[in-house]
Design a protein around this ligand. Structure first.
Ligand SMILES: [Zn+2]
Ligand SMILES: [Zn+2]
Length: 72
C-alpha cells in the first residue's frame, strides 16, 4: 500500500493529462485520474459515470464492445 502511494506521487503518467476528458477544459482540483491517462474533473466524472464510479467512462464502452463482439 505504502509503495503504491509512492508510485502515484512519482509517476508522470498520473499527471500527464492537463485537460478533462469530459468537458475538454483545463483540469483543476478536485480531479479524477485513471491509469489509461484519461482524467476528469470530479464533478464531470460524477455526471459522466452515473452508472459506474470505478472505471474510466471513456474506456468502458470499448471494453463492452470487445466483450460483446469477440474477434473470431
Ligand atoms: Zn470537466
Ligand atoms: Zn480511459
Amino acid at each position: 500500500m505504502r509503495q503504491q502511494i509512492e508510485d502515484m506521487k512519482t509517476s508522470p503518467k498520473v499527471f500527464q493529462a492537463t485537460k478533462c476528458s469530459a468537458c475538454k477544459h483545463p483540469l483543476e482540483l478536485p480531479s479524477v485520474h485513471f491509469m489509461c491517462s484519461h482524467s476528469y474533473h470530479q464533478h464531470c466524472f460524477e455526471s459522466y459515470a452515473a452508472e459506474n464510479d470505478s472505471d474510466c467512462p471513456l474506456c468502458l464502452p470499448e471494453n463492452k464492445n470487445l466483450k460483446s463482439n469477440p474477434i473470431a
